[in-house]
Design a protein around this ligand. Sequence first.
Ligand code: HEC
Ligand code: HEC
Length: 220
Amino acid sequence: MGKKLLYAGLLMVLILAAERSQAADEDPGKQLFLDTCQTCHRINGTGGDVGPDLSSVGARRDAEFIRQSILDPNAVVTEGYKPDIMPKNFKELFTEDQLNQLVTFLSHLKEPSKETTGASQDTKNPYTGNPQAIAEGQEIFLRLCAHCHGGNAEGGTCPDLTDDYWIFGGTDKVVYRTIVVGRKGTKMSGFWDSLKSDEVWKVIAYIRSKYKGGPEKIVW
Ligand code: HEC
Ligand code: HEC
């Protein structure tokens, strides 16, 4: 091998190592949480409320409990919540290392955050009427939803999302949950693994922008 080539190779290795150590500065467990869990769980005021707020989960649960909650969600169902909502395939999705990182991150969350104490803030869409968010929501809708719900959310073989008829009510909370968890026994599957909580709210902002029902029937 020529010397130049050798130096170039060494430089490459150094750059890669630097990049890796930079990424390791950030808590890998936190990153896993943001990527996989936040759509359903809130920490410090950010995330979904399909599952319990985990801002202080480390104060009420030990590491063993948290691990079990991830691997076998139905073993203990948190009071006030239903079974079979939390996905059961994390055992296959995560390596043992990733699982440990996630459990370590969650075990250290012990402070209840002030932002999470307001009960009603968690159910309102922060993006209703926001043009930028609606445009981003439309992009997501066209990519993931239009083939069933129509290019303008007008329905087709699946429900019209622009009218004032909602199978289970049309509040932000119910619609969010339908998109994240899906509807058992129908073609509507949950998008928890492909949308962040922010993106779910943007899609809902888009759906609201297409609303054609009576203004007096707006429940969100
Ligand atoms: C589709 C929604 C959803 C996703 C995604 C999800 N969860 Fe959950 N989770 C729930 C629900 C609902 C509960 C409460 C019912 C139960 O215990 O199964 C719950 C319960 C928990 C609990 C128990 C909390 C307590 O105080 O009892 C922990 C811990 C937890 N989840 C961690 C996670 C982690 C970590 C991830 C990501 C790897 C995750 N969850 C992904 C819905 C979800
Ligand atoms: C494979 C087809 C399919 C896809 C893709 C799909 N849906 Fe659905 N969706 C359905 C069906 C079927 C229902 C009716 C479920 C029922 O009967 O409870 C539904 C119901 C809904 C409802 C509740 C409607 C009501 O009247 O209560 C909402 C909201 C919704 N979908 C939003 C979305 C969004 C947003 C996306 C994309 C992120 C999406 N759907 C992707 C098939 C689909």
